[in-house]
Ligand binder design. Structure first.
Ligand code: ATP
Ligand code: MG
Length: 719
């Protein structure tokens, strides 16, 4: 191979090149945003392949999203061509551990066809567990338990290892017991939740040294992107695997650690040298992404954090435009202004896929979506409420899941009486009792109960018909293309018919969505491949072609870059988010600040920050205070601009900034109410013309019961 002058080495600076070429032993690349960490990882893989050090199947590479994995595969393919064939072990932690688990499922009490359940199913299952254990789920909500269990799983703790003190916190000391029952139940259903994917594959390795050895030998090289956001279970998993060849390369940036709330532990970076003896550390300091003003603003902001390793970051590039800060009246004007600016950029020749809107909370998206629909501006929502989360799609997926895996109880429950088959709650309860008694799945329980007298004859017949349908569908999995099979199932089950007879306004849209589902399925080689894909994308990103403006949460934007980045909603309570401040105090605030840093550093040429003076939060109009982060931006590199609507918010904003210190000193958690009071006082004192004009124009503030995009529709990125 022509390694010396290889294409993948072209243009790398000396430190990057060193990081690419240091192949033996543990390596940590610790560097700021946009310094080429991800690029180094890609080049490193190309180098390993081109130099013949390993085959694609011997490289384990972990990315943070499925999208990042896809892009990396494409990059490597262009760098080394056919040598990159496949890269079967390049993916997210979840994708990789799922693949391993399926191969050895029986060793952890599952079958290789196990179902991956999502949060909705998880909650439903936990409700059943609570009920079976006679625990009042009003007092001890399933959601709280789900959160606790996730937390344990993120920390690599199975039921036997939950610390006594923590287990005591739920339902008078029953926490660990419930966790245990839940895990048992999952096994009976042949199912795993998201947290299990890693926890169970860790257990697999721990309990089966021969299996572990097999993978330790296989993975000659391990590479991990966004290392600062690995949680404990991921870390333990990596560490076990790396003990084989000891060739692990992690890249990360402590300033971009933004998943602490999901158990990520930035200390993993600090521990690297200790855990991987002889580790080499390479720092990259030159930023290739952003213009100088943007970088200075980001650096000025993050300097307010105390818990940092500290890094230098510079660019040789041009100064560029200063990031802007604009005040607007409310979220509607915010969306309107952003829409206008995007149209102007479009006229200047900026491509829409070079533009992103990064929000702190997903409820902020709707306003932009509506505005863009009005303007006819193509956009896509990444990681938001999505197609696959709609009710009719979930129903259809449940039909498909139970066809593929008849023991899938959650799917069974979801559709057994949809459309109505005369199998109401009472008969389901009987099925449940039977299933629990015999420790079998609901489908199996149904099979045995059609032979007994427990159910009424009519219901027995109904069940018998359903089981016959199910058997017939299952038998067709191999014969029919999956799209066709899906159509058959939806027809024969009466599901399509149910919506055709429905007179509500949404029914037509639902039928269209079902058609769209069938279309989407056709892109996959098999039903199993499709279902696997669904369970993995449910939690993360969606794919969509064509130049579109991207709307996503700041969390989802990690690792990405755009020419122009819009950053709306920089207001106290929203950003920094009140919940982070309440739950985690100073640590929470610092994580919010890192999130702001991530947002700013996504921008190559333009960063545009907004704050609205009024915002509806949880259905109530609130007068807001500009985010403290605005004060922390170095003045020399920021431009405060008037909003596009032509009113002079600039002065208003500046005078607000000047006053902010008074607020800040009194701003302690739970200071939101206090801040609100002070804010209201100031509002009555405010003499700014802009304020009066606007309120006159709009009339007095009203309190509207607008709903905020809620729970299941809220992306997992949204705290
Ligand atoms: P983040 O911390 O945000 O994930 P990163 O450190 O992973 O950033 P990359 O995304 O790899 O940074 O690189 C940022 C940009 O700089 C990319 O567009 C990349 O192609 C470019 N880049 C990186 N290294 C070089 C180089 N040596 N010459 C030219 N461009 C480079
Ligand atoms: Mg990166």
């Amino acid at each position: 191979a022509r390694v010396g002058g290889a294409r993948y080495l072209e243009g790398l600076n000396p430190e990057q090149r060193e990081a690419v070429e240091t192949l033996d032993g543990p390596l940590l690349v610790l560097a700021g945003a946009g310094t080429g960490k991800t690029r180094v990882l890609t080049a490193r893989m190309a180098h390993i392949l081109a130099s013949g050090r390993a085959f694609p199947g011997q490289i384990l590479a972990v990315t943070f999203t499925n999208k990042a994995a896809r892009e990396m595969k494409e990059r490597i393919a262009t760098l080394v061509g056919a040598a990159a064939e496949g890269m079967p072990w390049l993916g997210t932690f979840h994708a990789i551990s799922t693949k391993i688990l399926r191969r050895h499922a029986e060793l952890v009490g599952l079958k290789s066809s196990f179902t991956i359940i999502d949060t909705d199913d998880q909650i439903r299952l936990l409700k059943q567990v609570l009920q079976a254990e006679n625990i009042d789920d009003k007092r001890w909500p399933a959601r709280t338990l789900a959160y606790q269990i996730d937390n344990w799983k993120n920390r690599g703790l199975d039921p036997a290892h939950v610390p006594a003190g923590e287990a005591a916190a739920f339902a008078d000391g029953k926490g660990a017991k419930l966790y245990h029952v839940y895990q048992d139940r999952l096994k009976v259903l042949n199912a795993a939740d998201f947290g299990d994917l890693l926890l169970e594959s860790l257990r697999l390795f721990r309990e089966n040294p021969d299996v572990l050895k097999q993978y330790q030998d296989r993975f000659r090289y391990m590479l991990v992107d966004e290392y600062q956001d690995t949680n404990t279970v991921q870390y333990l998993w990596l560490k076990l695997l790396a003990q084989g060849r000891n060739n692990i390369c992690c890249v990360g940036d402590d300033d971009q650690s933004i998943y602490g709330w999901r158990g990520a532990d930035v200390d993993n970076i600090l521990r690297f040298e200790k855990d991987f003896p002889g580790a080499k550390i390479i720092r990259l300091e030159r930023n290739y992404r952003s213009t100088a003003h943007i970088l200075d603003v980001a650096a000025g902001l993050i300097a307010h954090n105390q818990g940092r390793l500290g890094k230098t970051l510079f660019t040789d590039g041009e100064k560029g435009d200063k990031p802007t800060v604009s005040g607007v009246w409310d979220s509607e004007e915010e969306a309107r202004t952003v829409g206008e600016e995007i149209e102007q950029l479009q006229h200047k020749g900026v491509r829409l896929d070079e533009i992103a809107i990064l929000v702190r909370a997903s409820f902020q998206m709707r306003e932009f979506e509506e505005r863009f629909i009005t303007l006819g501006l193509p956009y896509r929502v990444i990681g938001g409420p999505r197609f696959y989360e709609r009710a009719e799609i979930r129903d259809a997926l449940a039909y498909l899941r139970i066809t593929a895996q008849p023991d899938d109880d959650l799917a069974f429950e979801r559709i057994i009486n949809v459309p109505k088959r005369g199998l109401g709650d009472a008969s389901i309860q009987l099925l449940h009792d039977h299933a629990r008694r015999e420790r079998i799945s609901l489908t199996r329980a149904a099979r045995s109960m059609i032979e007994t007298e427990e159910l009424k004859p009519k219901q027995r017949q109904s069940l018998r018909d359903f089981l016959a349908d199910l058997d017939r569908w299952s038998a067709q999995i191999e014969q029919k293309p999956q799209g066709e099979l899906a159509e058959t199932i939806l027809e024969e089950s009466g599901y399509t018919d149910m919506w055709q007879k429905d007179r509500t306004a949404e029914a037509a849209g639902r039928l269209e969505n079902l058609k769209e589902l069938v279309r989407a399925m056709e892109e996959f080689p098999s039903l199993a491949a499709f279902l696997e894909h669904i369970s993995l994308v449910m939690d993360t990103d969606s794919q969509d072609a064509g130049p579109r403006v991207s709307i996503m949460t700041l969390h989802a934007a990690k690792g990405l870059e755009f020419e122009t980045v819009f950053l709306p909603g920089w207001e106290e309570g929203l950003f920094p988010h009140q919940r982070s401040l309440d739950d985690q105090g100073r640590a929470g605030l610092e994580e919010e600040r890192r999130l702001a840093y991530v947002g700013l550093t996504r921008a190559k040429r333009r960063a545009k920050i907004y704050f609205a003076t009024n915002r509806r939060i949880r259905g109530l109009w609130q007068t807001t205070i500009p985010s403290r982060f605005l004060d922390e931006l170095p003045e020399a590199h920021v431009e405060v601009v008037d909003s596009a609507s032509g009113r002079s918010y600039g002065n208003y904003a500046q005078s607000r900034f000047a006053n902010m210190d008074t607020y800040r000193s009194s701003y302690t958690t739970p200071g939101w109410q206090r801040a609100q009071r002070r804010n209201a006082e100031e509002q009555s004192e405010a003499k700014g013309g802009a304020w009066r004009d606007s309120s006159a124009r709009r009339g007095p503030l009203t309190i509207e019961g607008e709903l905020v995009a809620k729970s299941s529709a809220t992306s997992s990125f949204d705290k």
